[in-house]
Design a binder for this molecule. Structure first.
Ligand code: HEC
Length: 111
């Protein structure tokens, strides 16, 4: 139910918490703003760790080459990644622009 999601509320929520449920429906398809990508990327942290830096068996994303990340995400979405389990389903929830933005986000984010 997004009937009450006004822009101000959206911005306030985007700055405070990961909102995977909103990511697929409230994100512009063309020019993604940094804070929108941050919201998308925050949903990945549940499994890939804070900022994509994993502490468990799930691969770390942060700092990997953008081309590698994008290739993997596209393969997940297309269903051609043979090692995939959960990512095949997850990647289908994002359009190409969002996958590109995520690949760029995780490749560049470093602290
Ligand atoms: C439910 C847990 C979960 C979530 C949420 C999740 N991933 Fe994954 N991810 C995995 C697992 C597990 C793998 C290993 C491949 C597989 O089993 O599908 C993986 C693999 C990957 C890989 C391949 C890494 C490599 O070097 O081969 C990329 C890229 C990736 N995920 C990106 C993302 C992005 C971007 C998001 C957020 C939109 C995300 N993942 C959210 C569990 C998750």
């Amino acid at each position: 139910m997004l009937t009450s999601a006004r822009p101000v509320l959206w911005l306030a929520l985007a700055m405070t918490a990961p909102l995977p449920a909103l990511a697929s429906s409230a994100t512009p398809t063309s020019t993604l703003r940094a804070q929108d990508v941050a919201v998308l990327a925050a949903s990945c942290a549940n499994c890939h760790g804070p900022d994509g830096r994993s502490t468990g068996g799930i691969p770390t994303l942060r700092g990997l080459p953008e081309a590698h990340l994008l290739q993997r995400l596209q393969a997940f979405k297309a269903g051609t990644a043979k090692d995939a389990t959960v990512m095949t389903r997850l990647a289908k929830g994002y359009d190409d622009e969002q996958l590109k933005a995520l690949a760029q986000w995780f490749s560049k984010k470093g602290r």
